[in-house]
Design a protein around this ligand. Structure first.
Ligand code: FMN
Length: 383
C-alpha cells in the first residue's frame, strides 16, 4: 500500500473482518488517508459495494487467504471485499499466502484454477519461511514484486494468463563451447535470446523456471533459477539432473554436435609446417537422451535450426519431431545469418497433436508466447 501511494496512486484498503485481527482499521486509515470499511452496511448512500469495484483501475488481494480464494471462486458476496470483486472489471491480482498444506490442497488449487479461467491473475506464493518454524511454498512474495506486477497489468504489459502456475519449466539457452586449448573453442552463433524470452514469458505466466544457460549474450531474467554451463557435456549433466522434477523441458540451446577429441593443456603454437589436424568426436544428444527416460505427463519442446527453404524446413521439422521423441518442434531457417542474435524470429511449429503446422513470427517474446500456448495445450491445462 505504501509503495503504491508513494508512486502517486490512490489506494482504498478493503480488509476482511478477519484481516482486522492482524492489522487494525486505524492503522490502515492512517496509512491510506481514507476511511476503511469491511461491510456493505456502512456508508450505504454511496453504494460502496458497487462503486468501489467500478472506481478501481486495479484490485490487489494480498495476502489472499485460502478462505478468500474459495469465496471469490464461488462468487460469494457477503462483505465489501467480495462484492467489490464481483463489480470490478479492471485487472485483479490475487497473491495467495498460506501454509503449504493449505496451498497444495486440491480445494485451493481448484479455486485458483477457476479464478484463473475467469481472468484473475494469480501470483504464485514464494517458497520460504512460513508463520511457524516451517518452510515451503506459501510465503507472500515481496511487496515490490506484487506492486510491479500489478502496475504492469494496468499498463497492459503483462499477460493476464497464469496458465503455467504449478508448472516447473526447464529451459536450455545459449550456445555451448567446446574447448580446443585454454584459449580457443568450437562454438556457434546462438545468443540465447529466444531461450531467455521463453524463460521470461514462462515466469510471467506463473511457472517456476530453471534456465540452464551456456554463454548468454543477454542477461538472464530475474525470478528464474540459472545454472551456468560451458560445454555440451556439462549441459547434458545439468539437464538430466533438472529434468526429473520438470513438467516442461524446452531445449532452446544450440548444443555442439561434436567436440575435439583432445583438449590441449597448453595453447596450440603457430609453429611452421602444416596446421595440426582437428579430430572430432560426437557429443551426447541431450534432447534424445531426455526423451528416452521421460516421465508420463512431461512435455518436450525441441528446436531445429536449418538452412532450408519452407518445404524442406517443414520436412526437416517433422522428421526431427519423431527422431528426437519430442511433443513440439520449433524450426527456423537460419540461412544467410538470419535469426541468430536478432531480437525477432520467424518459425514454424509442428507438434504431435496437430496435423497442420503453425507459423509464428515477430519479437522473440511473441514467439515464446506462441510456443508456450502449444505447451499449455499439451499439458491439458488450456480448457
Ligand atoms: C495466526 C493465524 C495466521 C493465519 N494465517 C493464514 C494464512 O497465512 N493464510 C490463510 O489462508 N489463512 C490463514 N489463517 C486462517 C484465516 O485467518 C482464516 O481462514 C480466516 O477465516 C480468513 O478470513 P478472510 O479470508 O475473510 O480474511 C490464519 C489464522 C491465524 C489465527
Amino acid at each position: 500500500m505504501r509503495q503504491l501511494r508513494e508512486s502517486g496512486h490512490e489506494v482504498v484498503v478493503v480488509p476482511t473482518e478477519a484481516a482486522l485481527r492482524f492489522v487494525g482499521a486505524p492503522t490502515w486509515e492512517a496509512l491510506s488517508g481514507r476511511p476503511v470499511s469491511t461491510s456493505v452496511w456502512s456508508d450505504v448512500p454511496t453504494v460502496a459495494h458497487v462503486e468501489l469495484g467500478r472506481w478501481a483501475e486495479l484490485v490487489i488481494v494480498a495476502p489472499a487467504t485460502a478462505d478468500l480464494l474459495a469465496r471469490a471462486s464461488a462468487g460469494i458476496a457477503d462483505d465489501l471485499l467480495t462484492t467489490s470483486l464481483l463489480t470490478a472489471t479492471c485487472p485483479v491480482l490475487m497473491c495467495p499466502a498460506m501454509h503449504t498444506e493449505m496451498w497444495q490442497h486440491p480445494a485451493t488449487q481448484a479455486n485458483v484454477s477457476t479464478l484463473q479461467r475467469r481472468g484473475v491473475h494469480i501470483l504464485p506464493p514464494d517458497s520460504g519461511r512460513l508463520t511457524g518454524a516451517d518452510s515451503g511454498p506459501g510465503r507472500l512474495p515481496d511487496p515490490g514484486t506484487i506492486v510491479e506486477l500489478g502496475l504492469s497489468l494496468v499498463a497492459g504489459t503483462a499477460s493476464m494468463a497464469a496458465d503455467l502456475s504449478q508448472t516447473h519449466v526447464l529451459i536450455s539457452a545459449g550456445g555451448t563451447r567446446e574447448p580446443l586449448d585454454p584459449v580457443r573453442f568450437l562454438g556457434n552463433r546462438s545468443s540465447g535470446r529466444q531461450g531467455v524470452a521463453l524463460a521470461e514469458r514462462a515466469r510471467d505466466r506463473g511457472a517456476r523456471v530453471t534456465l540452464v544457460a551456456a554463454h548468454l549474450e543477454v542477461p538472464a531474467p530475474d525470478g528464474v533459477s540459472v545454472i551456468e554451463v560451458g560445454t555440451a557435456e556439462q549441459m547434458n549433466v545439468q539437464m538430466q539432473a533438472q529434468a526429473e522434477s520438470a513438467d516442461v523441458i524446452v531445449m532452446a540451446a544450440a548444443v555442439a554436435d561434436f567436440r575435439p577429441v583432445d583438449v590441449q593443456e597448453a595453447k596450440i603454437k603457430k609453429s611452421g609446417g602444416d596446421p595440426p589436424p582437428l579430430a572430432l568426436t560426437r557429443n551426447p544428444d541431450v534432447l534424445a537422451g531426455l526423451t528416452a527416460i521421460r516421465r508420463p505427463g512431461q512435455v518436450f519442446v525441441g528446436f531445429a535450426a536449418e538452412t532450408a527453404d519452407a518445404d524442406q524446413l517443414l520436412v526437416a521439422a517433422r522428421k526431427k519431431l519423431v527422431d528426437k521423441g519430442c511433443d513440439i518442434l520449433v524450426a527456423n531457417d537460419v540461412s544467410e545469418g538470419k535469426v541468430f542474435g536478432d531480437s525477432t524470429n520467424e518459425a514454424i511449429i509442428v507438434d504431435t497433436q496437430s496435423v497442420e503446422p503453425r507459423s509464428t513470427g515477430g519479437s522473440k517474446s511473441a514467439v515464446a508466447d506462441t510456443i508456450l500456448d502449444v505447451v499449455v495445450e499439451h499439458l491439458g491445462l488450456s480448457g
